[in-house]
Design a protein around this ligand. Structure first.
Ligand SMILES: *Cc1c(COP(=O)(O)O)cnc(C)c1O
Length: 379
């Protein structure tokens, strides 16, 4: 029995051809011509003026948060159910993440809980879209306007997604992407900051590259890190971007296939297919165990692994991270929806290279396990 990985990217377009071009021409570093071309095409795809390609999505967030001017003592609002990169980008600067519970059906931050968390120290809202549906962005933008807050959009999982027809990656002052292997546009590792603000773009370019000064190289008035993106990565990215529409269609088709066949399984909550503002693009296909089910995500994942199926748990909440609790952050804070999703949610194989026959195996394995769990319940 072959193991079915949770994610396998699809790299059978022009990736190899463009990579060979890098090798034939000797352009392998961040100075190569594909980097600029990729920045230009990625930013144009979301209607932004400037794109700054960086080493990964975490780096993109760090750079964006720093460029926007977040500093010690500032508060930044964000969902508790997200990747650590979001909180880290803020805490590294001595600023404080202020957390928001999840909406139980879309798994995104519950925007109705934001206003009560705004204080005189709040500087920005980190708009993180997770798992396939965008956040209710309009409400966030309205709040930001009312309270004069900046908006940083983490669109790492949202390539090709839109909110009311407008591309994700185009909201707020600055947006970030990741091109990790499980993202809709993958370069292995990689990321990008996009913005319409020339000054912000300049700051990001400087932060990407050790804060070298254009007219006095090796003389530094500030320091950063080496977050550069290589021509090799850009080669893969350009080939991936050519197929983004096709990829999104494929993801949607996979989502429909799973949903149709899992809809009648008792005890499983499936992803919302569409809201009034967007169709789900299924960055990954997540499922959540319902309240009566006598198992958590860990047990389901172990049972599926025994059947040769790879899965991943949902994110672990920021307020329950040992690293932050040990620092005295988020003590006694409770976010019941996010805590539930973190314990009962997981995602099943949904990479772009996944085939129907593999999906059928996953579906029947889930049905089997859920039936066994039901029997356990009756006994
Ligand atoms: C993947 C991801 C990131 C981080 O990207 P890396 O390239 O893995 O560093 C940030 N935010 C979200 C929401 C992500 O899904």
């Amino acid at each position: 029995m072959d193991f079915i990985p949770v994610n396998e990217p699809l790299l059978n377009g022009n990736e190899k051809k463009y990579l060979c071009e890098c090798i034939d021409t000797g352009w392998v570093s961040s100075e190569g011509p594909f980097v600029k071309e990729f920045e230009q095409k990625m930013s144009a795809a979301v209607g932004r003026t400037y794109g700054i390609a960086v080493s990964n999505g975490t780096a993109a967030l760090e750079i964006a948060v720093r460029a926007i001017g977040i500093g010690p003592g500032d508060e930044v609002i964000m969902p508790t159910l997200t990747i650590i990169s979001c909180a880290m980008a803020v805490t590294k600067l001595g600023a404080v993440p202020v957390l928001i519970d999840s909406d139980f059906s879309t798994w995104n931050m519950d925007v109705d809980k934001i206003e009560e968390k705004i204080t005189s120290k709040t500087k920005a809202i980190l708009l993180v879209h997770v798992y396939g549906l965008p956040v209710e962005t309009e409400k966030v933008l309205e709040l930001a306007k009312k309270y004069h807050l900046k908006v940083i959009e983490d669109a790492a999982e949202m390539h090709g997604q839109t909110y009311h027809g407008k591309p994700c990656g185009s909201f707020g002052e600055i947006s970030t992407f990741s091109f990790y292997a499980n993202k809709h546009v993958c370069t292995g590792e990689g990321g990008m900051v996009v913005t319409d603000d020339w000054e912000l773009a300049q700051k990001c370019r400087s932060l990407r590259n050790l804060c070298f000064q254009p007219d006095a190289r090796y003389v530094h008035e500030a320091i950063s890190d080496n977050y550069r993106f290589t021509n090799l990565q850009a080669a893969v990215g350009l080939a991936q971007l050519e197929r983004l529409e096709e990829f999104i269609e494929r993801k949607k088709e996979m989502g429909r296939y799973y949903t149709e066949r899992l809809r009648d399984v008792r005890g499983l909550m499936l992803p919302v297919e569409k809201t009034e503002y967007a169709d789900n693009v299924y960055w990954v296909y997540g499922v959540v165990l319902e309240k009566g089910v006598l198992a958590d995500n860990k047990e389901m994942q172990q049972r599926l692994a025994k059947k040769g199926i790879g899965t991943r748990a949902f994110f672990w909440c920021m307020h329950e991270q040992p690293v932050y609790q040990n620092e005295g952050l988020f003590l006694n804070e409770k976010y019941p929806n996010a805590e539930y999703l973190a314990r009962k949610g997981f995602y099943i194989p949904s990479g772009l290279a996944l085939e129907k026959a593999q999906m059928d195996i996953v579906i029947s394995a889930i049905k089997d396990i859920m039936r066994q769990l039901e029997r356990k319940e009756i006994c």
